[in-house]
Design a protein around this ligand. Structure first.
Ligand SMILES: Nc1ncnc2c1ncn2[C@@H]1O[C@H](COP(=O)(O)OP(=O)(O)OP(=O)(O)O)[C@@H](O)[C@H]1O
Ligand SMILES: [Mg+2]
Length: 450
């Protein structure tokens, strides 16, 4: 971000407020102070801020009440809550109300600076998104699909445009990248929303069973066909048929599907009378269909029918911004096991792992960690070993010690600047030589921050 980040610091403790204002200003931000909740809201109404640092306990209006009111502002700033050690549940409440993050007092100024920068990036993304939505009147937000990555916003833009049409859409992406979620989003943003979204897995069943599921069958069409059964295409009439793992479909079935698409009609197995349906097709696969066409496993004519529009989901390792967002979301989604938060080192480890199983793997790793973690913080040791990697150092033994907090902080800052030692030293306000010494003495390795 080229322009200065505009920050408002709302805290009733005058010394602390002035210190934070001064230190953040020294780090290049444009900073103002407010001495209570009411004053903060007034200031925000007058001037737009990117980020507000909000003390939880303040006279006149508490932090949470300020947060609630901010939610009604047309372009609310990103909020970082400052809380006491005993206020974790209030902090969780704040996150639910839309706060960007929270820090417990006493707060390290370097850490606050890192979070302020991240929050400002988010604020920028939100503004871009608001602008984007303004061009797509009537578009609702994408319920289940969480993202703050620029590449995914590109994808959402395509979905936005294609969803209201009847075009067939082919969704590509590695396993666990969210293809089914995208297919549902397309359905939910189409005029077909009131009708069914019908998924069928094209590779899970033997060919005969698959075809009778898809097209239905007449009584006596084959052994075991004791009654008539409508196919899934009929259930999807007026709605959306989601052909999942279409790359796995057998050649014979491909022919039948192609014929159905081309004529808009199909036959139940054993039927002599064709039936007509109005179905929108969304297909997905993690296979390379171009390869499959070359080897003759996938029909080219079917390929052209199903991919009027292609949506390609980037793997999670190519949108690392999303790791923290999704991880925090999954932590919250598992709050039934306890209200937890991710330690900085845990987040750093999550962000540096390659996630071959993408969002699904992250979901499982976080769920497991939430269940395994003992206190209300999730440490790297709670993560599956493959996430930590072969070079991972043993988890710090005294995870609450000053040393381990410093270590975690250094890793988090290194993450923030993609491992650039000079920048990290500047952010930490220490000499680069000192940083090198600390990296060595803490045994911090590349996988933790790259
Ligand atoms: N952007 C996202 N925000 C929230 N949850 C997500 C997101 N992407 C994926 N998920 C979740 O991750 C899991 C996997 O997503 P999904 O089933 O859509 O992946 P897929 O690409 O269809 O995977 P596969 O190829 O293995 O079928 C689901 O539980 C889904 O809800
Ligand atoms: Mg899937």
């Amino acid at each position: 971000m080229s322009r200065q980040i505009r920050v408002l610091v709302a805290d009733d403790e005058r010394n602390l407020r002035e210190l934070i204002v001064r230190e953040l200003a020294r780090r290049g931000h444009e900073v103002d102070g407010a001495e209570d909740g009411v004053a903060a809201l007034e200031r925000i109404r007058e001037t737009p801020f990117d980020v507000v640092v909000l003390d939880m306990r303040m006279p006149k209006k508490e932090g949470l009440d300020v947060l609630r009111e901010l939610a009604t502002f047309p372009e609310p700033p990103q909020v970082i809550m400052l809380t006491g050690f005993q206020e974790v549940s209030a902090a969780v409440e704040a996150m639910k109300l839309g706060a960007y993050d929270y820090l417990t007092k006493p707060t390290k100024i370097e850490e606050l600076d890192v979070v302020v920068r991240k929050a400002a990036e988010k604020a920028q993304l939100v503004r871009d998104n608001v602008a984007l939505r303004a061009h797509a009147p009537g578009a609702a937000p994408f319920g289940g699909l969480l993202t703050q990555s620029a590449r995914m916003h590109e994808v959402l833009r395509v979905i936005d445009r294609v969803a209201p049409t009847d075009s067939a859409v082919l969704v590509l992406g590695e396993s666990g990248t969210g293809k089914e979620l995208v297919a549902r989003a397309i359905h939910e943003h189409s005029p077909r929303i009131a009708r069914a979204f019908v998924p069928i897995h094209c590779g899970a069943l033997p060919r005969e069973v698959f075809e009778s599921e898809l097209f239905g069958h007449e009584k006596g069409a084959f052994t075991g066909a004791v009654g008539t059964k409508p196919g899934l295409v009929e259930l999807a009439d007026g709605g959306t048929l989601f052909l999942d793992e279409i790359g796995e479909m057998e050649p014979d079935s491909q022919v039948k599907l192609l014929r159905a698409i081309e004529t808009g009609t199909f036959y139940r197995i054993g039927a002599t009378r064709p039936r007509r349906v109005d179905v929108r097709l969304v297909a997905a696969t993690n296979r390379d269909l171009a390869e499959a066409m070359k080897s003759g496993e996938f029909r080219q004519d079917l390929y052209y029918r199903i991919n009027t529009i292609t949506v390609t989901l980037p793997p999670l390792r190519e949108r690392r911004d999303d790791v923290a967002l999704l991880a925090r979301h999954f932590v919250e989604a598992n709050a039934k096991y306890g209200l937890k938060r991710l330690a900085a080192a845990t987040l750093a480890a999550l962000e540096s792992y390659a996630w071959p199983g993408n969002v699904r793997e992250l979901l499982h790793a976080v769920e497991r960690a939430v269940i395994l973690s003992k206190g209300d913080e999730i440490f790297p040791g709670d993560l599956p070993p493959e996430v930590l990697g072969p070079n991972a150092p043993a988890a710090p033994s005294a995870s609450g010690s000053l040393e381990s907090m410093e270590r975690q902080h250094i890793v988090a800052v290194l993450r923030q600047v993609n491992g650039h030692r000079g920048k990290a030293a500047a952010l930490l306000a220490i000499d680069p030589k000192t940083l090198y010494r600390k990296i060595n003495s803490y045994g911090i390795v590349g996988v933790e921050f790259r």
